[in-house]
Design a protein around this ligand. Structure first.
Ligand SMILES: Nc1nc2c(ncn2[C@@H]2O[C@H](COP(=O)(O)OP(=O)(O)OP(=O)(O)O)[C@@H](O)[C@H]2O)c(=O)[nH]1
Length: 866
């Protein structure tokens, strides 16, 4: 709570210490407004001519008074705003200041009651005059109702009627917080369209390097937060939105386009982020027109939007690129175009004729209708020189000049003491400035001379509000046109179908789960068993080749008659079974199935829509791999345990045997086919059947020694000269294939013969059928355990992991970002969002325009000066 003391009154008050609505009311440039009260419980607003308005404000009164006065807040607020708007409507320009003052005093005298003035000392004695009109009940202790005052000001002729009708004060005032509402609309428009087609004005700060732009902005905000340094640190426009938060003591900044920073309460951190963002533009590129959006929320800032731009270069330095001057100039030109308000910052110690800011502003705003001049560093010239600059007629600006002294404090002990607990330096800056102007009040209190950061703040608020308000109709038309286009496009392209990022994410996740369910069908028991049989069939062929088909005694096996037991072949059959059952089937079958599952996840997360969401796809793959990894070794052990009995003995039954025998025959057929295919490839490569035959005959002759050396160097075999060595290798391979085909043929006929009918010792005589039966038993048992240990767990756990680790991990922003990774969804959402925002803006604009229309006629009719 601030204590407004008599000292403050005498020094023309610090407006920033007043409640917001009082600040708004006092934006009406009424000369001689003072605030007083012997204590902070009480405030008098004294208008020139003797009328004094007094009221208790809950924001400046001690707690014991609050309950009594709380209900006055709204009345006071709306009353003053009404009065203010009425004045604003009739007094649009800063020019004619004296005329306005006269006019206002005329109004006030209309309801002042015969010119009886209250005390001008700021004491409660001021209530003497206010009771004449302010309190309809004539109670000397009740402060007047400011809403009543406003109503009187709006309608002096009906004063009695209005004074008896308090219900009018409870009407919602749609034009309350007009600037705030317009700034909100502006922010929405900026987020829809960066092309400036749809835009409400902002205040653009221009000036040469070191003219004091940053100091002015920091004085307005009350914190040091802008990038500092010699190396041209302002390279991007900073779009600064100040949001007045009267009901919170918290001060913080937010970067809407950098949401990861969240609320930044430390202004040094804001400065660091701004510096980094600026320095992200390489020095070689000079400047970028991509703005940095910064919002500052504080009870000490007014509602304003300001754009800070790089300073005009006057003298190019050695370390600055040649085209820097050009780049900055064209960047500034883009921003100073209508409807923006130009804040032309000029240092008092530099001749205004040389001010690049004024030069630029005159190019686009020759009459100075939308330029406010700020003369900084007034302390660096004599007070008389200062006032001469501020009242200059050479470069007149319709909105005038305001002089400031806002050198950033050096943070010495005095300044640190002057700063508040949040490091807010506004007190220190203000105090310094106030002292300066107070010490030179003779020069600076001349009529028409506007000085002080607070005056500047108020001026900016007024100018911005008026400028925004004046642009309402144009913006509204542009927004309506844009809305019509967007609605048409939405109808044509999406048939008005709405979508949300959440529904898209749900759809994408559901799609994945459906894909998983479909994929699960290819991991059913029969399917897995078939895969394992395929894997084991290769192993059976290898064992047959190694143990039987390469055995020189194979012919004996073919001759074994039914019932005959031969030790050699019985041991072979045992060795073959052992080799097969101990070939690491637990590990290999688990890996085979896990690879299959990996493949399924890979396919599901590679195709659309996951092709747009590579990061999410990668995460999903990782979940799946984690589950598989966690199950793999246990599954492998379980399968291996289940197969243990087969390592010692395998019993077969008639039915199993017959089936195994059939499968073995067809496996031999396949092997036969494969050998034949290879043989014909070799024939082709070598040059046909005859050529191959002749090479084979050569080799046979050489090998049995019947080939005589006909030519060539001594010691070299003759065939080396006769054929291409590669063909000779191929021919050798063909010979082996031929032998294999003969064996396969023989074994097939044995398998088909009565020798391999189910019966005693048949496993020994027909190893092909026996190993096939064993491999089928192994595949069957393995598939059972793989289902239980791996597949069921995977298909249960994986969808749950997707929900818990993908879906529930995402916050609103992440969901929106995810959805927007898909270009067609992004286009749909963008258009839908644009349409929604435009509708929202249109509604807000219509409300404001209706309120403006409703308000305008009465004030114009009664008070227009023009
Ligand atoms: N004496 C005095 N010095 C001031 C005043 N305002 C600013 N300065 C000093 O002038 C210098 C430049 O001020 P800045 O606010 O950084 O100027 P700028 O225009 O932002 O400079 P650039 O960022 O380089 O474009 C600093 O050393 C300030 O302390 C003032 O009112 N009086």
């Amino acid at each position: 709570m601030r204590n407004i003391t008599n000292t403050a009154i005498n020094r023309n008050i610090s407006f920033s210490s007043l409640p917001r609505f009082v600040g708004r009311a006092l934006r009406v440039p009424i000369a001689g407004v003072t605030v007083g009260g012997g204590s902070f419980a009480y405030a008098n607003y004294k208008f020139e001519g003797g009328y004094t308005l007094s009221h208790y404000s809950p924001l400046i009164c001690p707690p014991e008074f609050r309950s009594k006065t709380a209900n006055l807040v709204d009345d006071v607020s709306s009353g003053f705003t009404d009065a203010y708007l009425a004045l604003r409507g009739t007094l649009p320009s800063a020019d004619g200041f004296h005329e306005r003052r006269e006019r206002l005093n005329e109004w006030l005298s209309g309801f002042r009651g015969g010119g009886r003035g209250g005390g001008d000392d700021g004491s409660p004695s001021g209530s003497r005059s206010r009771n004449d009109k302010g309190d309809p009940n004539g109670n000397p202790d009740t402060p007047p109702n400011p809403a009543l005052l406003a109503a009187l000001a709006l309608s002096p002729d009906d004063s009695n009627k209005v004074s008896n009708d308090d219900s009018q004060d409870s009407q919602p005032n749609l034009l309350m917080n007009l600037t705030r509402k317009l700034i909100e609309i502006r922010s929405i428009l900026v987020s829809i369209d960066q092309s400036d087609n749809l835009n409400l004005p902002s205040i653009v700060v221009i000036g040469s390097q070191s003219s004091g732009k940053s100091s002015v902005l920091e004085a307005i905000v009350g914190h040091e937060f802008l990038p500092k340094g010699n190396n041209m640190v302002t390279r991007r426009p900073i779009e600064l939105t100040l949001v007045h938060t009267p009901h919170s003591s918290e001060e913080y900044g937010e970067f809407p386009s950098l949401p990861s920073f969240g609320k930044v309460q430390d202004f040094a951190a804001i400065q660091k982020i701004l510096t980094d963002q600026n320095l992200s533009v390489p020095a070689s590129q000079c400047v970028s027109d991509k703005p940095i959006d910064l919002r500052i929320y504080s009870p000490h800032v007014p509602d304003l939007t300001l754009i800070d731009l790089p300073g005009y270069v006057q003298l190019s330095g050695m370390d600055q690129p040649d085209d820097l001057r050009e780049s900055i100039s064209s960047l500034c030109d883009k921003y100073i175009a209508p409807p923006n308000v130009i804040l032309a910052v000029c240092a008092a110690d530099v001749d205004l004729a040389n001010s690049p800011a004024l030069r630029a502003s005159r190019r686009v705003d020759a009459l100075g209708m939308r330029t406010v001049g700020v003369v900084t560093k007034l302390d660096m010239v004599t007070p008389d020189e200062g006032t001469a600059i501020l009242t200059n007629r050479k470069y007149p600006l319709q909105l005038g000049y305001v002089g400031v002294v806002c050198k950033a404090p050096k943070r010495g002990i005095i300044d640190v003491l002057a700063a508040d607990s949040n490091g807010n330096m506004s007190g220190a800056i203000m105090q310094r400035e106030e002292n300066y102007f107070h010490n030179h009040s003779q020069s600076f209190s001349k009529p028409g001379v506007l000085v002080g950061t607070n005056t500047l703040r108020k001026k900016l608020m007024e100018v911005l509000e008026r400028s925004m308000s004046d642009n309402l109709q144009d913006v509204s038309t542009a927004v309506q046109n844009e809305l019509t286009d967007a609605s048409y496009q939405f109808k044509v392209e999406y048939n008005d179908r709405r979508m949300s990022p959440e529904s898209y994410v749900a759809q994408v996740v559901d799609g994945l789960k459906v894909g998983l369910r479909d994929g699960q069908l290819s991991f059913s028991k029969p399917q897995v068993r078939e895969k394992l049989e395929g894997m084991l069939s290769d192993r059976v062929m290898y064992i047959l080749e190694q143990l039987y088909w390469n055995d020189k005694r194979l012919a004996e096996l073919n001759k074994l008659s039914q019932g005959e037991v031969d030790q050699y072949w019985t041991q072979k059959a045992d060795a073959a079974r052992s080799l097969l059952t101990k070939s690491g089937i637990g590990r290999d079958s688990s890996t085979l199935v896990a690879d299959g599952l990996r493949g399924l996840v890979e396919v599901l997360t590679t195709d659309s829509p996951y092709s747009y969401h590579s990061e999410a796809a990668q995460r999903i793959r990782e979940f799946s791999y984690e589950i598989l990894r966690s199950r793999l070794s246990a599954t492998s052990d379980q399968v291996e345990n289940a197969l243990k009995p087969f390592k010692f003995e395998v019993e077969t039954e008639d039915k199993e045997w017959n089936m195994g025998r059939r499968h073995a025959i067809s496996a031999l057929d396949k092997e036969h086919e494969a050998c034949n295919a290879k043989l014909s490839e070799i024939r082709q490569r070598v040059g046909g059947y005859r050529k191959l035959k002749s090479i084979i005959s050569y080799i046979e002759q050489v090998e049995d020694g019947s080939m005589t050396q006909k030519s060539g160097k001594e010691g070299e075999p003759a065939w080396k000269l006769a054929y291409n060595p590669a063909h000779l290798v191929e021919a050798r391979q063909a010979m082996l294939l031929g032998e294999r085909l003969a064996i396969l043929k023989l074994r097939k006929s044995t398998l088909q013969s009565s020798q391999c009918k189910y019966g005693k010792g048949v496993e020994t005589r027909c190893p092909e059928a026996f190993l096939t039966v064993v491999s089928e038993k192994l595949a069957y048992t393995s598939s059972l355990f793989l289902q239980i240990e791996l597949l069921q767990t995977f298909f249960d756990q994986f969808p749950r992991e997707i929900d818990s680790r993908l879906m529930y991990d995402l916050d609103r922003q992440a969901i929106s970002n995810f959805a927007r990774e898909n270009p067609s969804v992004r286009a749909h959402l963008d258009l839908q969002e644009k349409k929604d925002k435009l509708e929202d803006v249109m509604r807000r604009l219509e409300t404001l325009m209706h309120a403006k229309e409703a308000q305008a006629p009465s004030s114009r009719r009664k008070y227009s000066l023009f």
